[in-house]
Design a protein around this ligand. Structure first.
Ligand code: SAH
Length: 255
């Protein structure tokens, strides 16, 4: 059995209880090199074989999995954050399907959740934004034309940009072209929840200089939207005294 496990955003204790147990039971661990905290591997069995997938091709990763399976070993494929977000996990599953090898997924805390916790942000503030766009600037991996940053920016909703810290000039141009004002609040979160974490609050038009000043070119998230400054939102309906829910009778004024 192969287990795809989300390692969480960085801090050793932000893996799930299930993920930690699977790591303790694993005979083989294939982990995403620099983005997974090595501390997560310290509870693995003494005889556990550990591989760094940053040095391997998809075919080589698959060969390791197939080999382990043949020997009746349990493999953990450890992905940073949650494997469903830019995890290149589907292509591995397709090869496993073809080979008739069973697998399961164990979710992880994605870095966009880690970054929100670090800044105590709520991505979906009432009256400000009720949607979160998770996307990336087009780099060496292209993004479909219909998913341009400018088209998402036109909604002026909360945006979380992965894999874009090295492309901030293009990113800023597109955010502005889409309709964000240059003064829209933004944040750069470098290595959220790692000991070396750094966070910077800026605006859309100062993203480039902020990153340059602090030498941030990778392993960072860019968060854009009014929620970053969160000073003009409406309180939630769910917890309003006058609001009736399935569990609580509202008092006073009717909805
Ligand atoms: N599956 C991962 C994302 C992998 S793509 C997840 O769910 O988080 C790798 C990108 O994720 C990095 O380039 C960076 O943009 C972001 N990232 C991963 N870990 C991060 C962290 N701790 N802090 C900030 N950004 C991070």
């Amino acid at each position: 059995m192969i287990h795809f496990v989300g390692a969480g955003p960085g801090a050793e204790d932000l893996i799930t209880v299930r993920g930690k147990r699977l790591l303790q039971e694993a005979d083989v661990v294939i982990c995403a090199g620099s983005l997974v905290n090595p501390g997560l591997l310290k509870d693995t069995k003494k005889e556990c074989r550990i591989y760094n997938s940053a040095l391997l091709t998809l075919e080589e990763v698959f060969a390791l999995m197939k080999d382990a399976e043949k020997q009746g070993l349990m493999t953990v494929r450890l992905h940073t954050g949650d494997a469903s977000i830019y995890g290149a996990v589907r292509e591995q599953m397709d090869l496993l399907d073809e080979a008739g090898i069973a697998y399961e997924s164990c979710p992880g805390v994605s870095s966009f959740c880690g970054a929100a916790s670090v800044l105590n942000l709520e991505y979906t503030l009432p009256g400000i934004s009720q949607s979160v766009v998770i996307t990336r600037a087009a780099g060496r991996t292209p993004t479909p034309e219909r998913e341009s940053i400018a088209s998402f920016a036109s909604h002026q909703t909360t945006m979380v940009l992965f894999l874009s810290a090295g492309l901030l000039r293009e990113l800023t141009e597109q955010l502005l072209a889409g309709g964000y004002s240059p003064r829209t609040p933004a944040a750069i979160v470098y290595k959220a929840t790692w000991p070396e974490e750094e966070t910077y609050i800026c605006t859309v038009d100062t993203l480039c200089e902020t990153a340059a000043e602090h030498h941030i070119t990778k392993t960072a998230l860019v968060i854009v939207g009014e929620i970053v400054l969160h000073n003009r939102y409406e309180r939630s309906r769910l917890y309003h005294p006058e609001f009736t829910t399935e569990y609580r009778e509202g008092r006073g004024k009717k909805e």
